[in-house]
Design a binder for this molecule. Structure first.
Ligand code: COA
Length: 149
């Protein structure tokens, strides 16, 4: 997962401690594996009291992109989060990711100005799902990681 984070986000990728925190406390952490190689990851957190799930990070190794892996990871995470709404943030300039999220049913709901370390705005996107709050699972995650997605 560390390798995928670095390949996808460079120096902004999560470090070992953030990854351990995510693996221990996040509601959903899924990987895509091809021939024993981890080629994509997604991490999500359910916030059932607020009635939504949050996609914290999603990444696919460059050489495995445009094969539907990102969309499949996202769909699997949404299903496991099982919340009425799923939210995430994305850089305004990240056209591949914005396109992926739009294609998967997300729409923009808010702008977080200067959210990223270089000052770029974060676009908050949301998807309304068919899940009901009765399907939700509680979490006590208190992470302060900066999310990529
Ligand atoms: C964003 C990312 C996860 C997409 O993963 P992927 O496996 O390539 O995505 P998919 O193959 O499932 O693509 C699904 C759709 O997303 C859109 N999309 C994906 N990559 C795109 C690109 N480079 N340009 C334009 N649209 C793109 C397309 O609509 C695509 O459907 P199509 O291939 O039928 O046209 C991947 O590019 C990535 O890891 N980027 C770096 C990390 C990142 O930015 N993560 C998101 C943080 S918010």
């Amino acid at each position: 997962m560390y390798a995928v984070e670095r390949a996808c986000f460079g120096r902004e990728g999560w470090g070992i401690l953030e990854i351990l925190d995510a693996l221990l406390f996040s509601t959903v952490h899924l990987k895509a594996v091809i021939k024993d190689q981890v080629v994509g990851v997604v991490i999500g957190e359910a916030q059932p009291l607020q009635g939504y799930g949050w996609i914290a990070t999603l990444g696919v190794l460059p050489e495995f992109r445009r094969q539907g892996i990102g969309a499949r990871l996202l769909a699997a995470a949404e299903a496991q989060l099982a919340q009425p709404r799923i939210k995430l943030t994305v850089r305004r300039s990240n056209i591949p990711a914005v396109n992926l999220y739009r294609r998967c049913g997300y729409h923009e709901i808010q702008i977080w100005e200067h959210y990223y370390p270089d000052g770029e705005d974060g676009v908050v996107m949301e998807k309304i799902t068919a899940a009901t709050t009765a399907d939700t699972v509680a979490t006590d995650d208190t992470s302060t990681r900066q999310d990529h997605s």
